[in-house]
Design a protein around this ligand. Structure first.
Ligand SMILES: Nc1ncnc2c1ncn2[C@@H]1O[C@H](COP(=O)(O)OP(=O)(O)OP(=O)(O)O)[C@@H](O)[C@H]1O
Length: 624
């Protein structure tokens, strides 16, 4: 269905007042020439029908065919009816419905999945019921105006601060969420039952001991206080007991050789069978003394100062659970007595590098610091045993999200999240390339199980920079870099091998297919993942090619195809022709800008002029 037909269908539900300008909406002219239609490169990106006495309802379904649509403004009209299903247009960046006659409750999930939405203006209608929780979860939201409605109930908890918001003149109640407590009090005025900062009205809470409890609840409150006091006393007693146990344990430990205490049945020592014959145990804190002896000792060596509050013995005695066994050995999730959850990876195939070489390399890794790299916190080196310690990342790996065995309640990765992951992986790789300059492939082992996802789904690379300390034979057999076309055909691994790995990862993220499920591209030139994608992809959208779990692509098909093309460019077989990582990251960032860091359309010329609109180019607005 063409843009013309979509818009004409949309027009059918509108009741048009006197001189609306909508007469120009007919098949004689292309939509870009119609009144109120804003185009970019021949495609509709905005509909702006303001101040024209428009009534009726908004048939959002009809607009789903407009792939470039990003902005809608119908302010200063007489629209009413059910809340429009904007979430069907997941790529929208701004919605303006101010000064209309909507008098409905907005469904809780009205904004679910609207990852690109930056501005919502619903002020001066008669919206009632609770503010939908989904509005507080929109990740990029910058402006929210709900003032002059009849919203009731509590303000939901927002995940981040907004540049502009207004809740004034509603019927809201309860405490203002902390994250909004530094905003101008005027933005909350006219809600009799709202309390807490920035308003002067304090919230009465049973926890607020200084507050005057209401007479009717005095009895309840004193009972409650009694329970709280008893609880606090019990916790204190427990803490004292725990402290005593720790002191006793420490005393015992100091008297005994390092490995002699029999750990619990779930300890890392038991689980992994790690043993330590040496007597020496040096404090990891006395670094200077340690530096001289470290090569020959058996202590845990810290690369991060901020994490150094445990030692090898703590690690070995801690309860451990196996996370999985990769090609280099097993990884254990380990809960330390100090409450930190760490991962201990036990490396095999690492005995070719001598102790000094190994130590120098670890120092190099320790100097790295980037938001998309998971740092190695500490390591342990002994001829027959190498351990790497790092933080445990609760969300697990990208591989788990893409290929299943997710725990209950874990969500699918949608397109914006996938694009953001690719961007972070690219940035992490670029940083490695700039800061580990002497290495062949600074990462060398990029695959989805080595991309962990933080709480906010930011990617964290692991198992990077290993090539110099892995035995050559095992590296050739096991590491991703050595499975690249240049290694298989010319026995070469270069910096651009990481670019090829990134390409395969991009294809995996978009198709949801496991690269390992394809036969390797070898001398008989069997099909690998990249050639499989090339054989199917003809430059157009092919539903079958993409991971169905990505869910609704929300009119972003064009951008998804662009990322797929970047993936294929990275998978260029000829290393000389293949782009370097800087060029690829540049392309990914350009795509990000097209997707979310621009805003073509801002209805509000200024805060004071709430009733006019104008188009503002992306250059004119700085959201950073
Ligand atoms: N710090 C961590 N936090 C949470 N999960 C982790 C962490 N490190 C590794 N894992 C997960 O534990 C599992 C085992 O990891 P491990 O690194 O031992 O093997 P792998 O990544 O599958 O293969 P390879 O040994 O080739 O890297 C993987 O699913 C990995 O994603």
């Amino acid at each position: 269905i063409s843009e013309t037909e979509s818009l004409l269908k949309f027009k059918k539900c509108l009741v048009i007042g006197g001189a609306s300008g909508l007469e120009s909406w007919d098949r004689k002219n292309p939509p870009c020439k119609w009144f109120g239609i804003l185009c970019d490169q021949g495609y509709v990106w905005g509909i702006r029908l303001e101040n024209i006495d428009l009534a009726g309802s908004l048939d959002i379904e009809a607009l789903t065919g407009l792939k470039s649509l990003r902005s809608l403004s119908f302010m200063n009209n007489k629209l009413r009816g059910p809340f429009p299903q904007f979430k069907k247009l997941g790529a929208l960046k701004s919605i303006y419905l101010s000064n209309n006659q909507f008098d409905v409750t907005i469904p809780k999930d009205a904004f679910d999945g609207m990852s690109w939405l930056k501005k919502i203006h619903l002020e001066h209608n008669k919206f009632n019921g609770e503010i939908p929780v989904s509005v507080a979860k929109i990740p990029k939201l910058l402006e929210l105006r709900l003032d002059g409605n009849q919203f009731t109930g509590k303000i939901p908890g927002f995940t981040h601060k907004l540049h502009m918001l207004n809740f004034s003149n509603n019927a809201l109640s309860g405490p203002i969420p902390n994250i909004l407590s530094t905003m101008d009090p005027k933005l909350f005025e006219g809600n009799k039952e709202l309390c807490g900062k920035p308003l002067v009205t304090e919230c009465y809470s049973p926890y607020n001991l200084s507050g005057e409890p209401k007479a009717s609840s005095k009895k309840k409150t004193s009972k409650f206080l009694y329970i709280v006091a008893a609880g606090v006393a019990a916790i204190l007693a427990l803490l004292i007991l725990l402290g005593l146990i720790i002191v006793l344990c420490r005393r015992r430990r100091n008297k005994q050789p390092l490995m002699s205490p029999e750990p619990g049945p779930l300890s890392l020592q038991r689980r992994s069978g790690i043993h330590k014959g040496d007597k020496g145990q040096y404090s990891f804190r006395s670094k200077k003394r340690v530096a001289k002896r470290m090569i020959h000792t058996t202590e845990l060596l810290f690369l991060r100062d901020d994490k150094g509050n445990f030692d090898l013995q703590d690690l070995l005695k801690a309860s451990a659970e196996i996370l999985g066994s990769g090609c280099f050995g097993a990884s254990y999730k380990t809960l330390l007595l100090n409450g930190s959850m760490m991962v201990v990876k036990r490396f095999k195939h690492m005995d070719s590098a001598g102790p000094e070489e190994f130590q120098d390399h670890m120092k190099r890794l320790g100097r790295l610091n980037h938001e998309n790299l998971l740092p190695v916190v500490a390591y342990y080196y002994k001829k027959e045993e190498k351990l790497f310690v790092c933080d445990f990342i609760e969300n697990g790996s990208l591989a788990t999200f893409l290929h299943g065995h997710r725990s209950l309640g874990q969500t699918n990765l949608d397109w914006p999240t996938r694009l953001n992951i690719v961007k972070g992986v690219g940035r992490g790789l670029l940083y490695l390339h700039e800061n580990l300059p002497s290495l062949m492939a600074p990462h060398g082992h990029l695959k989805s199980s080595n991309v962990l996802l933080s709480e906010n789904f930011e990617p964290l690379l692991t198992d990077y920079g290993l090539i110099p300390i892995i035995n050559a034979e095992s590296a050739q057999e096991l590491m991703v870099a050595y499975k690249s076309p240049e290694y298989l055909k010319q026995s070469r691994v270069t910096k651009k091998t990481d670019v090829w790995e990134l390409g395969v990862l991009i294809l995996e993220i978009l198709t949801g297919k496991l690269p390992e499920s394809f036969p390797q591209s070898d001398k008989e030139s069997e099909e690998d993942m990249a050639s499989w994608v090339k054989s199917i992809f003809k430059g157009e959208w092919t539903q079958d090619l993409f991971d169905q779990e990505m869910g609704k692509t929300n009119n972003c098909e064009g951008d998804i195809l662009k990322l797929l093309t970047i993936g294929l460019i990275c998978c260029e077989v000829d290393v000389e022709k293949r782009l370097d990582i800087r060029e690829v990251v540049g392309m990914i960032e350009d795509l990000m800008k097209e997707q979310g860091d621009d805003d073509f359309y801002s209805t509000y010329a200024s805060e004071a002029d709430g009733r006019s609109s104008r188009g503002v180019s992306s250059e004119a607005i700085n959201f950073s």
